[in-house]
Ligand binder design. Structure first.
Ligand SMILES: Cc1ncc(COP(=O)(O)O)c(C=O)c1O
Length: 473
């Protein structure tokens, strides 16, 4: 763990640092990297997106914007999205036959590598028994026990089908438990697309939220207050101005949805204190950071136990799963144990539970997080060094298998700082890297992800490609 440059200052708890690792990552790597990368120059010669272009023209007629989730559409980097054919380990292959080293990881879930052989085998076994029961099954108990024993704040858990659903349930629960309605969220933090979270977070002093999207009624965001991330004084002012009315402070403990932004030392502690003092709940949205920053998530990493936690992505191992959990006294409000209603036809379905169980089993093996830390540190250091050497203003950082870099001197402590980045330059960098066979998230404001399947060769190849592209942009 480290911050590399540009001032995303991170603390380093010693308790997570020294499990031995080498044999287990060799195993992670060899079991997942089946297809091998071709050299950078071979890729460059053959790079064409003709089939993707044709297919996307058709897709645009069939689906809004040609995609089923907006950021996939490459709007902020120009060009058009690539359609993929297959994934394995740390690599992806598009329908034109181009191969990429992948740092998106399906936006987080692919932490042990794509299409892991053991996950696929377990899924095939489960599938023989059916794909959905709509009734309880033993696999739910197993994944619930794994989540509860890993995540410090979770004594009981409810599985749902996405991070958005988890955040919706969490919000209703926080309001039901406290009997209060207002919430504080942070500018640039994403908590899924439910109405109350779709708030335009203004810079500077906090304001009452305004809907960020047409169709969101003002009433839905009226109780959503916003503050810049890492800005305790605004949070204090909001508590002062809304005495006794705030149900919860909700945040990504390490921001991934504005690019990678770490909390300042003591920011999370201070939020815990202020919520306690004011009878509000502290909620960590760990949909992205859960089982990624460490096995117990950001809360284990920073040693701060929130009241409620949301999870998603990794706990589904690439199938649709979300979850929310917390102390027993809070969770027992959820129906049918209590009166707070929330339900789901496919929730806890056996396939999703199986992929989650297998993924967590692999992550729990000794050395997993040390390996992620090592390769991600090398990657981000290599990228920053190459960028600076080529004369670019660039800063960035990482924790474990999550990283990011901004085309600005930094430091970047919040979304306002991130917006100083040269996004046009990022777009040129992104497209240049694609041609070199490296797939980063198609936005300056998204974190990157590594996996146990990324090899040291992947990292070196990526740095070499970045050196080349930095010289051109
Ligand atoms: C922190 C966080 N919360 C919630 C969500 C919503 O999850 P989903 O896309 O599964 O609905 C995301 C998605 O990226 C996220 O990063």
């Amino acid at each position: 763990m480290a911050s590399v440059s540009g001032g995303v200052a991170l603390s380093c708890p010693s308790r997570l640092s020294h499990r031995s690792s080498s044999s287990s990552h060799r195993r992670h790597v060899s079991s997942s990297s089946v297809k091998m990368a071709v050299s950078v120059d071979e890729k460059k010669k053959s790079f064409t997106l003709r089939k993707s272009e044709e297919a996307f023209e058709i897709a645009k007629e069939l689906m809004p914007g040609g995609v089923n989730s907006p950021v996939r559409a490459f709007k902020s980097v120009g060009g058009q999205p690539i359609l993929f054919d297959s994934v394995k380990g740390s690599h992806m292959w598009d329908i034109d036959g181009n191969e990429y080293i992948d740092y998106v990881g399906s936006w987080g879930p692919a932490i042990i590598g794509h299409a892991d052989d053991e996950v696929l085998a377990a899924l095939a076994e489960t599938m023989k028994k059916g794909t959905s029961f709509g009734a309880p099954c033993l696999l739910e108990n197993i994944l619930a026990e794994m989540v509860i024993s890993a995540v410090p704040s979770i004594e009981m858990v409810r599985f749902v089908n996405s991070g958005t659903e988890a955040c919706m349930g969490m919000l209703r629960l926080a309001r039901a438990f406290t009997g209060k309605e207002k919430i504080i969220k942070f500018e640039g933090c994403y908590h899924g697309h439910a109405d109350p979270f779709l708030v335009k977070a203004g810079s500077g002093v906090a304001t009452l939220g305004l809907p960020d999207s047409p169709g969101v009624p003002r009433a839905a965001t009226f109780e959503t207050l916003t503050s810049p991330f890492n800005d305790l004084s605004t949070v204090e002012k909001l508590f002062e101005a809304n005495k006794g009315e705030i149900a919860a402070v909700i945040l990504e403990p390490v921001v991934g949805n504005s690019g990678f932004i770490a909390p300042k030392p003591d920011f999370l502690n201070a939020l815990q204190e202020i919520t306690k003092e004011n009878g509000a709940l502290l909620v960590f949205d760990e949909v992205m950071t859960g089982f990624r920053i460490s096995y117990g998530g950001a809360q284990e990493y920073f040693g701060i136990t929130p009241d409620i936690t949301t999870l998603g992505k990794i706990i589904g191992g690439g199938l649709p799963v979300g979850a929310y959990g917390g102390r027993r006294e809070i969770m027992e409000l959820v129906a049918p144990a209590g009166p707070m209603y929330q339900a789901g036809t496919l929730s806890g379905n056996p396939l999703a539970m199986t992929a989650g169980i297998q993924t967590l089993k692999r992550l729990k093996e000794p050395g997993s997080y040390e390996y992620l830390d090592k390769i991600t540190g090398e990657l981000i250091q290599g990228i920053l060094d190459a960028g600076k050497k080529a004369g670019h203003a660039i800063c960035g950082g990482y924790i474990s298998g999550m990283f990011g870099f901004f085309f600005t001197e930094g430091p970047v402590y919040n979304f306002g700082d991130a917006k100083n980045s040269d996004t046009a330059k990022f777009a040129r960098f992104f497209r240049g890297m694609l041609e070199e066979g490296v797939y980063f998230a198609p936005s300056q404001f998204e974190a990157g992800f590594t996996s146990l399947a990324h090899t040291p060769e992947d990292i070196q190849q990526t740095i070499a490609a970045a050196e080349k592209v930095f010289r051109k942009i």
